[in-house]
Write a protein that binds this ligand. Structure first.
Ligand code: WTA
Length: 646
């Protein structure tokens, strides 16, 4: 495509970066030619209690088994905390910026070490042992990080659930991993408004059963009900525990965490990541992709409830001894200048956010950005969804003053870390392209039959071989792991994303090709929203698809067939939106609901989503072949009553 703008590597970046273009090509080729040698060397970036002698032991067929550094032992908290205390104990590990701009704190590595050990002892006092699952449902406060690292320290497996999920969603996740301990806060605080975390936990526990201990961190000091014998305030429990807690010696393949994510079918999957390979990969990508050097101030705006928060607020940066900023609030409060003010306040050098945030802020124009300095900024990052070239250009020109490269990083909960990305000192940028693979990553593009395409092409994105950060299984369901990712294209990991490769070998992710939609960078399974809708007593059938949305990237479009005798109304529309929010959480709220007397089905009863997607996109001129429908007339009604009109 000749109209694509290309941005060269700025001179100062070619100068300062760890790797330039030639070095990238050399290292990449080496990583693919001999993964054992490459990762055998780079695995040494973390401390091992017992060094590994084996590096890669992975297969995708005939079954799936993924092991890295399997005979080594280590501990993630040792690597993220303890090992830095001697060398840089006074260096800030976490800058915490509160929801209220008047509140912020610096937590040194020494303080972090003390806090994590104390938290670990509180967990132990509540009966948590190695291998136990601990659910963490927390706001963005330092205690969320302490709790995660405390689990890692004692070998417990954390399952962080995003604080925006409903009690029902939380209950499903608690039950799936049989977690008997939950860590939460009295309330969260976002944009000046309280979030009733403890009340949600109470409702979730009632539904899930099996929770014997709830540890409550005081954030707002709101009065919340405490169940005697089950609930303890963290500060009170912390008074009676020892200050020191040794690290458990963990095998490289011992589980580190579970993180639930939406797929195209069924309930959310518990993505399981293990210890050694995950940490090596998160740390290495954090260093090279963000070109992190000692002393840099780094800010990733994600929530710890998502994988980006795990790998790039916590584990990657802390393993590198970095200073990582943790932000409790939202980009639009108290004003739309908040992010840029935080950058000036803490002299942030590297800023990593999602396209949806950029698009939302673009709407307020340049002035709220330009009135701040942002002189400290050197590098910008993007993650979570495709970034449209307009948003990329705005980010580059307005936020980065045309000085800062943008790393558009493609990856997934399943991949543990970034797989396709520019490196700021090596890669010429094309707005909208995630560009090239990271070391050790072998992307391929296949057609519907699984045939690998050469040269410039488009198709489905697969990864041909394993990398250390890859998920190891679906918690409790290894067969589902195989069926979801390794069955479609034999011997390859299927990402679920569509992709194009251009004449320079650059990758352009075009979005999901399955029934997963990406709303404001959050993954939603359409099946989950559908099952929430049909759980409503007035709904007989529902089909949910994504449609292009200016700010969210994709919006949620629901076709709803009502029970016989029920009448469509504005009131019912609102009721259904509120219902889905309650069932799943606000991120799943349908943007548009179309009441449909019938859905387009094949004669065998399968809903033809292709048609529903087209109508939702307001592109009904191109419905394709509808002759196989059981009742072609339903399409006319759907088109006539479509909700998204240009
Ligand atoms: C999408 C978030 C285009 C993609 C880290 C992927 C992207 C899904 C990008 C994973 C990007 C993520 N460009 N699309 N830079 N980054 N995606 O598991 O569809 O929440 O499959 O992980 O987000 O979402 P997840």
């Amino acid at each position: 495509m000749s109209d694509v703008k290309v941005y060269d590597v700025p001179a100062e970046w070619a100068e300062r970066a760890y790797v330039g273009d030639a070095e990238y090509r050399r290292l990449y080729a080496a990583s693919i030619a001999d993964p054992d040698a490459f990762w055998g060397e780079h695995g040494k970036r973390i401390d091992w209690f017992k060094p590994y002698t084996k590096v890669k032991n992975t297969r995708y067929a005939p079954d799936v088994s993924i092991r890295w550094f399997e005979d080594g032992t280590t501990n993630v908290a040792h690597n993220c905390v303890d090992r830095h205390v001697g060398k840089r104990g006074d260096r800030t590990a976490i800058i915490w910026e509160g929801d209220n701009p008047a509140e912020s704190r610096h937590i040194s590595y020494r303080e972090l070490s003390a806090e994590v050990q104390r938290f670990a002892n509180v967990l132990k006092a509540q009966g948590v042992a190695r291998g136990d699952r601990v659910t963490i449902y927390m706001p963005m406060i330092p205690e969320a990080a302490y709790a995660m690292l405390a689990c890692a320290r004692i070998g417990a497996v954390h399952s962080v659930v995003f604080g925006g999920f409903s009690p029902d969603s939380l209950a499903g996740r608690i039950a799936d991993c049989a977690s008997s301990v939950v860590v939460t806060a009295d309330e969260g605080l976002r944009g000046g408004k309280p979030v009733p975390l403890k009340l949600n936990v109470d409702a979730a526990c009632a539904k899930a059963g099996g929770v014997t201990s709830v540890i409550v961190v005081r954030r707002t000091a709101a009065a919340v009900p405490m169940t005697a014998g089950r609930d303890v305030y963290y500060d009170e429990a912390a008074k009676s525990v020892a200050a020191e807690c040794p690290c458990e010696e963990m095998g490289a393949e011992d589980p580190l965490f579970i993180l639930y994510t939406s797929g195209s079918t069924g309930k959310p999957k518990g993505v399981l990541h293990t210890t050694g390979g995950y940490l090596v990969y998160a740390a290495m990508t954090h260093q090279y992709v963000f070109d992190y050097h000692d002393g840099d101030i780094y800010w990733c705006t994600a929530d710890v409830g998502w994988v980006t928060g795990h790998s790039y607020i916590l584990y990657g940066p802390l393993a590198n001894g970095a200073t990582t900023l943790m932000f409790e609030g939202v980009p639009t409060w108290p004003s739309v200048s908040r992010c840029w003010e935080v950058i000036d306040k803490h002299k942030v050098n590297i800023f990593y956010t999602a396209p949806t945030a950029i698009r939302a802020l673009m709407g307020s124009g340049e002035e709220p950005v330009k009135k701040t300095s942002r002189a400290s900024l050197r590098l910008l990052g993007s993650v979570g969804e495709p970034i449209n070239p307009e948003a990329w250009e705005w980010y580059h020109r307005v936020v980065g003053d045309e000085r800062c490269p943008i790393v558009d990083t493609w990856w997934q909960t399943e991949t543990g870390g970034i797989l396709i990305t520019p490196l700021p000192g090596a890669t010429k940028l094309k707005p909208g392209s995630a560009t090239r693979p990271f070391f050790g990553v072998k992307p391929e593009i296949v057609d519907a039959d699984g045939k690998v395409q050469d040269g410039p092409c488009a198709g489905n994105l697969v990864i041909a071989d394993s990398w250390p950060g890859q998920m190891r299984t679906v918690y409790g369901d290894h067969q589902r792991f195989f069926d979801t990712y390794f069955a479609a294209y034999k011997g390859k990991y299927f990402t679920g994303d569509g992709c194009r490769r251009d004449e320079d070998g650059y990758y352009w992710i075009t979005g999901r090709v399955d029934d997963v939609i990406n709303v404001s960078g959050h993954r939603m399974g359409t099946a989950e929203v559908e099952s929430a809708l049909v759980a409503h007593e007035k709904v007989s059938e529902a089909a949910v698809v994504g449609y292009p949305h200016d700010i969210k990237g994709q919006g949620i479009y629901a076709y709803v067939t009502l029970m016989r005798g029920e009448e469509p109304s504005e009131g019912l529309r609102k009721e259904l939106v509120a219902w889905v929010r309650k069932e799943i959480g606000p991120i799943a709220s349908p943007d548009l609901i179309q009441f449909a007397p019938g859905l387009p089905k094949t004669r065998s009863g399968k809903i033809m989503r292709r048609i529903l997607r087209k109508i939702a996109e307001d592109d009904f001129g191109a419905l394709g072949d509808t002759s196989t429908l059981a009742d072609p007339a339903v399409v006319d009604d759907l088109v006539a009553n479509r909700q998204n009109r240009a």
